[in-house]
Design a protein around this ligand. Structure first.
Ligand code: 13P
Length: 257
């Protein structure tokens, strides 16, 4: 398997934006713009927007994802959301280990792994985020860190389960900053992720895994980024809140085929 046969996934990460009624309006605007896309189109939305988003996306090619999931199946974890709850609503994907959760909410490589396993066990497709800070990059630790984060996230995930896993390489310094990694930096980072999977599971398994790039991907730079050998789509923050911009990114990924 190679880039031509791997599934490209363009996923929006709305972060803490959009009320349920705004979600409905935005998805209704997006639907005709992304119809017929030759890539997977996903919108990861705040928990409370999920029912409205699922309803609005019905009958379209837009899949709905969540932005986090707890690692326990149920119990006394006030304020948390379990994988089965998301599954029952019709959620298909879930972002796990976003750098904002690592930075602000105490997410660790270990909890990223536990959430990944919980999502897979419930039949959800995890979009697992990895990425280095600027300081780590400048110290020369990018490859070591990306490989470590990737392997930690996938501990006890079987090769068969890996078919449902998407990894997003999101350099922390490129998130929400308007500073995008160059296409070569994105390709290199995604390559480190794929190499880590190859080390753990073998090259054939690694070649089949979708690895996205994320970090200030927008309507202008998407085509160059998704053209790279190791870049199978993107995880998009700010530009996923604008129907026109998001649809240009989806089109760029579709045209890679
Ligand atoms: P921006 O596209 O806003 O930089 O956010 C990227 C991101 O964090 C997606 O998860």
């Amino acid at each position: 398997m190679n880039k031509a046969t791997r599934k490209a996934v363009i996923a929006g990460n709305w972060k803490m934006n959009m009320t349920p009624s705004q979600a409905t309006a935005l998805i209704n605007e997006m639907k005709p713009l992304v119809a017929g896309a030759d890539c997977e189109v996903v919108l990861c939305v705040p928990f409370v927007d999920i029912p409205a988003a699922i309803e609005a996306a019905k009958g379209s090619n837009i899949r709905i994802g969540a932005e986090n999931v707890h690692f326990k199946a149920s119990g006394a974890y006030t304020g948390e959301i379990a994988a089965d709850m998301l599954k029952e609503l019709g959620v298909e994907y879930v972002v796990i280990g976003h750098s904002e959760r690592r930075q602000y909410f105490g997410e660790t490589d270990q909890t990223v792994n536990l959430r990944t396993l919980a999502a897979l066990n419930a039949g959800l497709k995890p979009i697992v985020c990895v990425g280095e800070t600027l300081e780590q990059r400048e110290l020369g630790y990018t490859e070591t860190l990306l490989k470590f984060q990737t392997k930690m996230a996938l501990t006890n995930v079987t090769a068969d389960q890996l078919k449902d896993v998407v990894i997003a390489y999101e350099p922390v310094w490129a998130i929400g900053t308007g500073v995008t990694a160059t296409a070569d930096q994105a390709d290199e980072g995604n390559g480190f992720v794929r190499a880590a999977i190859a080390e753990a599971y073998g090259a054939d398994v690694a070649e089949a895994v979708t690895v996205q790039y994320g970090g200030s991907m927008n309507a202008k730079n998407a085509a160059e980024l998704v053209a790279k050998t190791n870049v199978d789509g993107g995880l998009i923050g700010g530009a996923s809140l604008k129907a026109a911009d998001f649809s240009v990114i989806v089109k760029a990924a579709s045209e890679q085929k």
